[in-house]
Design a protein around this ligand. Structure first.
Ligand SMILES: NC(=O)c1ccc[n+]([C@@H]2O[C@H](COP(=O)([O-])OP(=O)(O)OC[C@H]3O[C@@H](n4cnc5c(N)ncnc54)[C@H](OP(=O)(O)O)[C@@H]3O)[C@@H](O)[C@H]2O)c1
Length: 275
């Protein structure tokens, strides 16, 4: 069963692996011993065909760590990051710093973090796009109350992608953002597919994987990731990890294809039962 190879989907004009990498907390490191593990993570991304990394100016040393660990391999990844500050000049400075941190002269996707001062940053990002320094513009939002504003910006035609939480418990985007994204052709990136790891690490007991085994799911993290990307309106999800072996584990979910509805329901019900 499944596709056997990692699936790629459209995200704006990019062709991205359906599983990417998030770097919040896990790439905020500076010690050489920590960098060794992050280099191994990058190697494992490449060997699995994962081609997308998301970071942000506000993730401590993450952008720098991405820059250091992809040195010489930059052309094998799409890089996304975010501006999160108020004011035009402060925004321009932070954006310039992201280029420096990554050590690149082109960033594939620049997002406005949690809609902070969006109307100020959009013209800056639009100018950079016109100058060929960034490829796409996006916004991120993580609370339901922000979604009406996200949808208004989507309708304005000024953004290529949205990044939102979507997982077995947080499903608000099914009501507005996902249908609108499909209608407008806006790319959807899913943050927190494992709710910061909680839906794997903090369950009351071990979930029963038996019904999922036939589909190729071997771990609960794979079940949860598979649940997310089984909605075809999702372009990519970006689980973060500090452990290289989990890149291999998470990549498997991108090779399984779309979960049948009854298994998708099972993954949601089993997670809720054990929370
Ligand atoms: N507002 C925003 O724009 C925003 C907000 C939140 C997140 N994001 C983006 O979305 C990305 C993902 O969100 P997130 O990092 O908060 O949460 P997440 O991806 O749901 O969970 C990450 C956690 O899950 C654990 N994990 C990963 N794979 C696992 C596996 N196979 N088995 C068990 N545990 C596993 C990791 O722990 P280990 O290190 O122990 O593997 C890590 O601590 C972020 O890194 C960031 O890039 C954006």
């Amino acid at each position: 069963m499944g596709l056997d190879i990692l699936e790629y989907r459209k995200l704006g004009h990019l062709h991205v692996s359906v599983i990417g990498l998030g770097t919040l907390r896990v790439f905020d490191v500076t010690d050489e011993s920590d960098l060794i593990l992050r280099r191994q993570i990058i190697e494992n991304l490449l060997s699995n065909g994962i081609n997308f990394i998301d970071s942000a100016a506000m993730y401590g040393a993450s952008e720098k760590t991405v820059g250091i660990t992809i040195e010489g391999k930059r052309d094998q990844f799409y890089l996304a990051t975010k501006v999160r500050v108020e004011g035009k000049e402060a925004g321009e400075q932070q954006i310039a710093q992201s280029f420096e941190n990554f050590g690149v002269d082109y960033i594939d996707l620049f997002q406005v973090h949690n809609l902070i001062d969006t109307q100020t940053h959009l013209p800056t990002l639009e100018r950079l796009k016109e100058e060929g320094k960034i490829g796409m513009i996006g916004v991120t939002a993580m609370v339901d109350e922000a979604y009406p504003e996200v949808m208004e910006i989507m309708r304005s035609g000024r953004i290529d992608t949205v990044q939102i939480p979507y997982n077995v418990v947080q499903r608000e985007v099914e009501r507005g953002i996902l249908p609108l994204a499909e209608e407008l052709g806006v790319g959807v990136m899913v943050m927190e597919p494992l709710k910061k790891g909680r839906y794997v690490k903090e369950l009351k007991s071990k979930p029963d994987l038996t019904p999922l085994k036939e589909f190729g799911v071997e771990t609960w993290a794979q079940a949860l990731l598979s649940w997310v990307i089984s909605d075809p309106r999702v372009g990519i999800t970006i689980p973060a990890t500090s452990r290289p072996e989990r890149i291999n584990e998470n990549a498997v979910s991108g090779t399984l294809g779309i979960l049948p509805q009854e298994l998708r329901d099972y993954v949601r019900e089993e997670t809720v039962r054990l929370l």
